[in-house]
Design a protein around this ligand. Structure first.
Ligand SMILES: *[C@@H]1O[C@H](CO)[C@@H](O)[C@H](O)[C@H]1NC(C)=O
Ligand SMILES: *[C@@H]1O[C@H](CO)[C@@H](O)[C@H](O)[C@H]1NC(C)=O
Ligand SMILES: *[C@@H]1O[C@H](CO)[C@@H](O)[C@H](O)[C@H]1NC(C)=O
Ligand SMILES: *[C@@H]1O[C@H](CO)[C@@H](O)[C@H](O)[C@H]1NC(C)=O
Ligand SMILES: *[C@@H]1O[C@H](CO)[C@@H](O)[C@H](O)[C@H]1NC(C)=O
Length: 552
């Protein structure tokens, strides 16, 4: 386990005034504890102290869990005569400075919380920081704060708690204002954006001003949240690097809803995606099972999260009907981490052709959760995954191969034959990310759509690797979105065979930001093929289609 090296970094980008900006960045994702997932907006001084003490007593601080954050519920419903936020005396009789001193005395870091709106989340009258950024940054500084989690409630009015559609609510401006205010105080304070990933291009505007940025709505204490958030974090590998991390939200490990296998899946996935690892369980009381504590305390998995390259794993294969995925990330020391993710609540036979999926001929493998060396693997790696298992393999002594699938042609969707509701859409402004033209409205129902590609060349018959360029920015914005799915289904049929379904994750920062899903599709014959993309029968639109590449 590497110690969390901390360094001051002048904010690299023009959004901050470089002369004054001394925002603190940590080189590795933050690790710690936060009061919200268990105590909601009802923390108090003894709760925070007991959990902080627990982190130390159980040795979690030594593993890197140092940042202890008091979430919503800490402040009083007024500002004092000098306009400052006030710790509510009924719950925090000793105040913020004393709490900070207590945490620092334990060798921990003091995390504070506010929001860029009129009121704090979960309240109807607790003031937040909008229009008071400099005053509040100075208060945080005086209390000895080391980090600020900055939320987005009551962003457009003092009556609507969650508004994630109107321009004010999705605007980066208020986060930039607070980032700048924090950069101007004497302490280095880490800035954690919690804007839920709404609005466009979070991956572009947030990394320059903040250490981490929530990419999704709140995690719920259930399994389907893991699928939802996993599908939303996929495109952020483009922006993740040391000091800039996608926040998948606080952990639900230890909160009793997930099985132990699911908790390992959750913790392992957050680790390889380089999310901050913030415990949400009342850690450190008898309410948290020893198995959950063992999961949270697995030093080998933590080391994957804290790896010095800070590189997020990528989704490199998806087998939707079979319900498993392959994630791959690069680690320091020329190593790779492989995540074989079984989304099925049943066992699944996974098999990975090392050359075509990973571009390697052989490697030395270690199964991280099993804490077992597997020796040399080559050819095809096969594993029967348990229900909801995420197997994590670390590969070292990696021998690369050039015997990987080669491009055998690219087919652009706007050149295909469109039927039903399917239609070409264009975007010419500079706001458009890579795709300036695509095929959208690929729907079901009376106007069922098809995008038909004729003359798709293959040299040989059989299964081909396709790289499908698609667009899905279905960040749902209604009240049920926390529990909804943000994937979109699309089926592919080759030469008239039964269509097969794939679930497409979020592709990027807006409706013109392209993602690529790498999938294996059967039924090709040597020569010309007809490939048809359609919406699935779930009544939803398919993702928009930009085109696809065939590999042989
Ligand atoms: C904090 O909450 C706990 C649990 O509800 C309670 O026992 C304790 O007295 C509270 N302490 C303060 C300072 O409010
Ligand atoms: C809420 O905002 C309205 C108008 O913006 C203002 O008139 C009202 O006083 C505010 N209410 C509170 C409780 O701050
Ligand atoms: C998975 O299956 C087990 C055993 O049948 C069941 O108890 C559990 O509720 C299922 N989990 C989910 C998330 O559906
Ligand atoms: C999500 O579902 C859980 C139950 O599984 C429920 O408690 C929660 O309120 C739901 N959240 C939203 C935002 O609908
Ligand atoms: C995708 O298809 C599956 C299987 O039919 C279905 O359960 C799911 O609700 C569909 N829709 C989305 C948006 O995932």
């Amino acid at each position: 386990m590497q110690t969390q090296a901390i360094y001051m970094l002048l904010a690299a980008v023009g959004l901050l005034d470089p002369a004054s900006a001394t925002l603190l960045r940590t080189s590795m994702p933050l690790m710690g504890w936060n009061s919200y997932n268990y105590y909601n907006c009802n923390p108090n001084e003894s709760i925070i102290k007991a959990n902080a003490q627990g982190l130390v007593s159980l040795g979690f601080d030594k593993l890197g869990y140092k940042w202890v954050t008091t979430d919503c519920g800490w402040n009083a419903n007024y500002r004092d005569s000098s306009g400052q936020l006030v710790w509510v005396s009924s719950r925090f009789p000793s105040g913020g400075k004393a709490l900070g001193d207590f945490l620092h005395g334990l060798g921990l870091k003091f995390g504070v919380y506010s929001g860029g709106g009129y009121y704090q989340c979960g309240s109807t009258d607790l003031p937040a920081s909008l229009n008071h950024e400099t005053t509040d940054a100075n208060s945080f500084n005086n209390w000895g704060a080391d980090s600020l989690k900055y939320d987005n409630c009551y962003s457009t009015s003092n009556t609507t708690m969650v508004d994630n559609t109107s321009p004010g609510a999705v605007s980066p401006t208020r986060f930039e204002t607070m980032s700048k205010a924090l950069g101007a105080v004497s302490r280095g304070i880490v800035f954690q954006v919690c804007q839920w990933g709404v609005g466009e291009n979070l991956g572009i505007w947030a990394p320059p001003i903040a250490e981490s940025w929530r990419i999704s709505n709140d995690i719920q204490n259930n399994w389907k949240s893991i699928w939802r958030i996993a599908n939303e974090v996929v495109p952020y590998y483009k922006y993740t690097k040391p000091g800039a991390y996608p926040d998948m939200d606080m952990l639900t490990v230890g909160l009793g809803a997930l099985s132990h296998e699911e908790e390992r899946f959750h913790f392992g996935l957050w680790s390889i995606m380089k999310s901050p690892l913030i415990m949400g369980a009342p850690a450190l009381t008898s309410a948290t099972s020893s198995q959950s504590l063992a999961t949270l305390g697995n030093a080998e998995v933590i080391a994957l999260n804290q790896d010095s390259l800070g590189e997020q794993a990528r989704l490199v294969r998806r087998y939707t009907e079979e319900e498993w995925d392959v994630f791959v990330g690069t680690l320091s020391g020329d190593r790779l981490v492989i995540g074989l993710a079984n989304w099925k609540n049943g066992s699944t036979a996974a098999s990975v052709d090392l050359a075509s999926v990973l571009g390697i001929s052989s490697a030395t493998a270690r199964d991280v959760w099993a804490a077992q060396d597997l020796g040399t693997i080559s050819g095809t790696y096969s594993k029967t995954l348990a229900p909801h298992q995420l197997q994590l393999l670390v590969l070292s002594n990696v021998a690369k191969t050039s015997a990987t699938p080669k491009s055998a042609g690219y087919y652009t969707a706007t050149d295909a034959t469109l039927s039903g509701s399917a239609a070409k859409t264009t975007c010419s402004s500079t706001q458009c990310l890579p795709a300036h033209a695509k095929v959208g409205f690929i729907g079901q129902g009376p106007a069922a759509a098809a995008v038909t590609f004729n003359g798709v060349k293959a040299a040989t018959s059989g299964t081909k690797l396709l790289g499908v360029d698609f667009i899905n920015y279905d960040i749902a914005t209604d009240s049920a979105w926390a529990n909804g799915s943000n994937t979109r289904n699309m089926t592919i049929s080759v030469n008239g065979a039964t269509p097969k379904r794939w679930a497409f994750p979020i592709s990027g920062g807006n409706w013109f930001d392209t993602g690529r899903l790498q999938i294996e599709v059967g039924g090709f014959k040597a020569g010309d093929n007809t490939v048809v993309f359609r919406a699935a029968t779930d009544g939803q639109y398919a993702p928009d289609l930009v085109g696809f590449e065939v590999f042989e």
